[in-house]
Design a binder for this molecule. Structure first.
Ligand code: GLA
Length: 737
């Protein structure tokens, strides 16, 4: 190994080091997770925390045993895959009912292996029950550059007779022992996504979950922060940040035990889901992705965002397209001419793409002129759009923008031809009064025929009018507006408790096929606003819609919340007419912090507003590599002050963008200077205020001047004002020495 790469390997924590023979070390940069095979052959966590410099020091750690230490099976320790039926009386990682009815499982270590994966190392530890032919492999993918670990379990068996039933299944457990634990959770509802609140955890369990079936969130999101010894802070303190990659029913359980230790479990939600696993089939728990930061939430977020861009998010390293959407402008009421006009507006604005939303499909009595009909009938509405998709693509081409289209293919309105033909393709129970959510039902994705149909929706659209197979649809907005209702899968028959898991895997099968066959079509996830925001779906999607709430003030909170776990590149933010009291500049500056789009009619704007928008779009496109690919520093929280600020810095720290907002400052509120972060202290930066309304000049003290990075980070700038809903965008460019 050359000296340079040896030093790099050491600094990334990749070096091979002596450990005691029965220890397994998962190295994620500044964090190590050390596991030990006990004399009883079971697997225990001996360390999860700051990486020790000398790895042989781990052999000095004893494992955390509460009672009995005679080496017998009666030890209760920090068992990574503690199972129901054993001597551990707290929440188990795995609960299995065996084919003979026994509810007890003991997993012992068999072997483990590691392999290189892009960006890190995957360790697979194979465990098995010695009495029953049940095998569980524990997977840990560690990404040293980003201090991130992604863990999951895979369960399989060979109990031929009746198979086994999984009563619950989590990813491997994590244990933490500190003086106190403070949970920050992210609650949600339509238009109120990613709202943060904190509480101290005391003895007992805190469970957060969803049972929506088809989407990750409605009332809670699949991520949490855990401040250790103090409430999680932005720039200091130890915080565990974890997220479950599941688009369906997930659960995390945080349990403080009798000895004051906290166990962290993340996995499937076992409610109504005791999974009947046939012999030979592998059951995989959702990935649990986590990072342990000792520099607060800010560093944890930057690590997760960087990891996601590089290793998780679809096309995470590719640029994104700005767009104009027609939803709030036209709702269901448009025709070819109107859309062609909007495409021209998109071109005038300078965005990359025009996105046609809901309402373009369904015919005759099933025409989609409201949310009551048409879902499932993915044929263009001949009255509104006689030329079909090819004419729309032609119009977009003529206008000089790309074309994208909305679909919601996992759903069906009972008022549709699809439902009339295939009532058994919907999840719904015959013989009962049907409960409709948004007047629609969820298709039974456990059924492979339905999966083919849903995949076919995309395939047909992409080949429509393109005999050479070279599709002209560049973008899909894939919606999912209803949770699963009327829980009954006609396909699964007597195996109804497998519904949620099999349904979800059916959804993933379709996502996978679409991505494999159409790698160049960008895809936005949407779910009645921000109901789909998880790292399993984001393997297949380039971005997600954060919320139908586009009031810029509300968006400051919503985007602040999602930014804890997701990169700006994945977060769609559109300028709309919500909160007309806010200027077009304020609305656009808020959306410019993320993946920029518009959903408004240009004809209602003044000339100055239109000019402003054009320059804001061109600035955003020019600065996309800083905003979407740079490191994000959250500087002022809207939860704590009447202002908000974030800066983004590119990789070599030569270019940065600062967004600063006044929300509703109090009368004569004293203002403070804003210290920037992430800059090169030794470099000099030219400060320029951009996104100014035509005819106005920057009132920023120091505009067009040069400051050192050191000054900007220690002294800062007076960017805030006492005016409500005002914003400032500053571009910082390193000046050559
Ligand atoms: C959902 C989405 C909206 C829009 C409508 C169309 O509510 O969140 O953005 O696409 O569906 O029906």
């Amino acid at each position: 190994m050359k000296l340079k790469s040896f030093i790099l390997a050491l600094s990334l924590g990749l070096a091979t080091v002596p450990l005691s023979a029965q220890d397994i070390l998962i190295q994620a940069g500044n964090t190590d997770l050390a596991l030990r095979v006990g004399p009883n052959k079971r697997l225990y966590q001996i360390w999860f925390g700051e990486a020790l410099a000398d790895k042989s020091d781990y052999s000095k750690l004893s494992w955390n045993v509460y009672s009995g230490s005679d080496g017998s099976a009666a030890i209760r320790g920090w068992e990574v895959s503690a199972c129901a039926g054993g001597e551990d009386y707290f929440e188990p990682a795995l609960s299995i009912t065996h084919s003979d009815g026994s509810q007890a499982t003991y997993l012992v270590y068999k072997n483990h292996r590691t392999r290189d994966i892009p960006g890190g190392t995957e360790t697979v530890i194979n465990m098995a029950d010695e009495l029953y032919p049940v095998e569980v492999s524990l997977h840990y993918a560690a990404y040293p550059e980003y201090n991130v670990i992604c863990s999951w379990s895979e369960i399989s068996h060979n109990e031929k007779a009746a198979g086994i039933t999984l009563r619950n299944a989590y990813s491997p457990m994590l244990y933490i022992k500190r003086g106190s634990y403070y949970l920050t959770e992210f609650s949600s509802d339509w238009a109120r996504e990613a709202a943060m609140s904190s509480q101290q955890l005391q003895f007992g369990k805190k469970i957060v979950d969803t049972k929506l079936g088809s989407r990750a969130s409605m009332h809670s999101h699949p991520f949490f922060e855990l401040g250790l010894d103090a409430e999680a802070r932005e720039e200091s303190g130890e915080v565990l940040m974890g997220t479950i990659a599941s688009t369906g029913n997930w659960r995390y359980t945080l349990e403080v035990d009798n000895a004051g230790a906290l166990r962290v479990l993340a996995g499937m939600n076992s409610s109504d889901s005791h999974y009947q696993l046939p012999a030979g089939q592998v059951f995989k728990t959702p990935d649990f992705i986590f990072t342990l930061s000792r520099e607060g939430k800010g560093k944890g977020s930057r690590d997760l965002q960087g990891w996601a861009r590089h290793y998780r998010l679809r096309a995470g390293m590719e640029p994104r397209m700005s767009l104009l959407n027609n939803w709030e402008n036209t709702y269901f009421y448009f025709n070819q001419e109107k859309l062609a006009g909007l495409m021209k507006e998109a071109a005038t604005l300078g965005v990359d793409l025009f996105l046609l939303d809901d309402g373009w499909f369904g015919n005759d009595e099933h025409a989609r002129n409201g949310d009551y009909a048409g879902l499932g009938d993915w044929e263009v509405n001949r009255k509104k759009l006689p030329g079909g998709v090819p004419a729309l693509c032609d119009a977009a081409e003529e206008a000089g923008v790309k074309f994208g289209i909305w679909i919601e293919p996992e759903m069906v309105n009972p008022n549709s031809t699809l439902f009339e033909k295939h009532p058994d393709w919907a999840i719904t129970q015959p013989g009962r009064k049907t409960y409709l959510y948004r007047k629609q039902l969820v298709l039974d994705m456990a059924n492979p025929e339905v999966q083919d149909y849903v995949y076919g929706v995309v395939e047909r659209l992409l080949s429509d009018g393109t005999p050479d197979g070279d599709s002209r649809i560049a973008f899909f907005k894939w919606d999912c507006n209803s949770p699963i209702t009327n829980i009954y899968s006609p396909y699964l028959g007597s195996k109804q408790s497998n519904l949620y898991y099999d349904h979800l895997n059916g959804v993933y099968n379709v996502f996978r096929r679409v991505k494999e066959n159409y790698p160049n079509v960008n895809m936005m996830l949407c779910s009645g606003g921000g109901g789909r925001c998880d790292y399993e779906a984001l393997k297949y999607f380039t971005e997600f819609w954060c919320s139908d709430n586009t009031d810029p003030v509300e968006r400051l909170y919503i985007q602040w919340g999602f930014s804890q776990f997701f990169p700006a590149k994945a977060m769609c933010a559109h300028v709309t007419d919500w909160n007309k009291g806010a200027s077009i500049k304020f609305r656009t500056d808020v959306a410019s912090m993320c993946k920029l789009g518009f959903d408004l009619g240009l004809s209602r704007l003044s000339e100055a507003e239109l000019e402003y928008l054009k320059s804001a779009v061109s600035n955003w496109k020019r600065l996309q590599d800083v905003i979407l690919d740079g490191e994000q520093y959250r500087l002022v929280s809207p939860y704590e002050e009447n202002h908000m600020a974030v800066d983004y810095v590119n990789a070599d720290r030569s270019h940065a963008v600062l967004f600063a907002y006044d929300i509703h400052p109090r009368y004569l509120e004293p203002l403070r200077r804003l210290k920037l972060q992430g800059l090169d202290p030794d470099a000099s930066y030219l400060i320029e205020e951009i996104n100014l309304m035509p005819g106005t000049k920057s009132e920023l003290e120091g505009n067009a001047s040069v400051f050192s990075g050191d000054y900007l980070m220690k002294v800062g700038l007076n960017v805030f004002t006492q005016n409500a809903m005002q914003s400032r965008v500053l571009e910082l460019t390193k000046v050559k020495d």
